[in-house]
Design a protein around this ligand. Structure first.
Ligand code: CS2
Length: 492
């Protein structure tokens, strides 16, 4: 009869290889994190454990799952322990992380989350809530009217949205006299610190939370960050590999590439962990690093996701293996992305791009093209459209960046080159479908319809005839020849 392995818990740590055990004792809480996903567990939690191992400090993380309860329950059953496997072609290194002090499930217990943010022991709130949670209209700087957010901010009901949890927590912190705090966005957005400040400031206009406005202005800082580590969604194989490595069952295991980078603006109202001792880079301005990463990594990621999914490639590494694809991505980086922005001092975007392509080619990382392809209306602006706009402002014709938009346009039409259906996972899926349903026939009609989605495409860019012609031209090729032949022809 098969012997059931023990679950990963504090008492089972003696069964785990010594080299894989946590580097710290259970820490007292000092941080609340919103968004308990795989990325947070493989990135900020690891940096924070290493910072505490190097310099101590009560910086334990209380992880808050906004909606999904599965990870919350798994971690609670495991004394908040989980493992991270660094997956390299030459082998895997797995370690158990003990940086979590607790977990909460916001949907089931919003009051506990509000009370945490109001607790004087908590001095930093970090967030990985994905692009779509920042309900701010970039054009107006005002909160996009989302029914739940408005209800959270103007009624006494328990909050159910990220803005609601944040604002109710800050309001309670002010009323409790709990002192200053830092809100640290760790989402893939340009100027993510300013975006988060904008979100909070816009929310403070609502009567239900307006009394916190003075406190926020005087006591809350919003530094920006750039975060980087490729962390595919966990699968049953992730869990099985963790059990083989640890000898216990970890249902919250994550797998990630070995590379990890964190650039943080050093503006903390009530202190922070010694993240620099864990390899993070503290700076006065994360902006150039954000643009480098969002355009030369995430922009290329999205390109490979859409082109790869259309070509029937399951993973990013397989997409990159399409003949001519690596050369096309190098041209995207060299001809359109690199000249579109000023990189951090001493950084060559083309060399950075070459390293990114090596990371994407890692055969040990099963990063699905469909996972990266999700939420395109929320990702395209900072990953591709800003590159297009900046190159157009310089009078250039960014044909390779236009290819990414064309690939997205063909992807959202829902059909791969071999006729297979493609899923549309996007907050604006209905808006996309209705635009396509009303589109004039043919590539020009599709582009005109999709360019009308002004939450994604700024009107001036959508009206640019050079951009439109480039995107339509690529879409004609993709429709006529498919990805592989289009890439082959383009490489000539
Ligand atoms: C990916 C990112 O899913 C996606 O959209 O492009 O999660 C990417 O893996 C990370 O930003 C890498 O740091």
């Amino acid at each position: 009869m098969a012997v059931t392995a023990h679950r990963l818990t504090r008492s089972a740590l003696a069964r785990v290889p010594a080299a894989a055990r946590p580097r710290i004792d259970p820490p007292a809480p000092g941080i609340v994190h919103l968004g308990l996903g795989a990325f947070h567990r493989a990135h900020q939690a690891v940096f924070t454990e290493d910072a505490m191992a190097a310099a101590g400090g009560d910086w334990g993380i209380v992880g808050v799952a906004p909606r999904s309860i599965a990870v919350h329950d798994a971690l609670r059953e495991q004394d908040c322990l989980f493992s991270v496997a660094s997956l390299a072609a030459g082998g895997t290194r797995t370690r158990v992380i003990g940086a979590l002090s607790g977990v909460r499930h916001a949907a089931n217990d919003p009051a506990a989350v509000v009370a945490l943010i109001a607790d004087p022991a908590i001095r930093v709130v970090t967030l990985t809530v994905t692009e779509k949670a920042y309900l701010l209209d970039p054009a107006t700087g005002r909160l996009r009217a989302d029914g739940d957010v408005v209800a959270d901010l103007s009624t006494d009901r328990p909050p159910v949205t990220v803005p609601g949890l944040l604002l109710r927590g800050l309001q309670a912190r002010n009323r409790a006299g709990a002192g200053p705090i830092t809100l640290l966005s760790c989402d893939n957005l340009p100027s993510n610190g300013r975006r988060l400040r904008g979100l909070v400031t816009a929310a403070l206009r609502y009567p239900g939370v307006a009394d916190a406005a003075g406190y926020v202005a005087e006591n809350v800082s919003f530094p920006g960050t750039m975060v980087d580590r490729i962390v595919p969604a966990s699968t049953p194989e992730t869990i099985a590999a963790a059990e083989r490595a640890l000898g216990v069952v970890d249902l919250a295991a994550v797998g990630a590439e070995p590379y990890s980078q964190w650039i943080i603006e050093d503006d903390f109202a009530a202190g922070r962990p010694a993240w620099q001792l864990a390899g993070a880079v503290l700076t006065g301005d994360a902006g150039p690093w954000e643009r480098l990463k969002l355009r030369a990594l995430n922009g290329v990621h999205s390109a490979l996701a859409y082109l790869g999914a259309l070509a029937g490639r399951e993973t990013i590494a397989e997409a990159l293996a399409v003949p001519g694809m690596a050369d096309a991505m190098r041209r995207l980086i060299a001809e359109d992305i690199a000249p579109s922005f000023t990189p951090p001092p001493g950084v060559d975007p083309v060399a950075y791009g070459d390293e990114v392509l090596e990371r994407f080619a890692n055969p040990a990382i099963q990063h699905r093209t469909l996972q990266v392809a999700m939420d395109g209306t929320q990702k395209l602006p900072q990953r591709v459209l800003h590159t297009l706009a900046d190159r157009r402002a310089a009078g250039a014709a960014p044909r390779w960046a236009a290819l990414v938009v064309a690939a997205w346009a063909r992807f959202v039409c829902g059909r791969a080159d071999d006729g297979a259906d493609l899923p549309l996972n996007d907050p604006l899926a209905e808006r996309i479908r209705s635009a396509l349903a009303a589109a004039r026939p043919g590539p020009a009609g599709v582009v005109a319809a999709l360019f009308g989605i002004d939450a994604t495409f700024p009107p001036d860019l959508a009206a640019d005839p050079v951009v439109r012609d480039l995107v339509v031209g690529w879409l004609v090729d993709l429709d006529r020849h498919g990805v592989a032949e289009t890439i082959r022809r383009a490489a000539r």
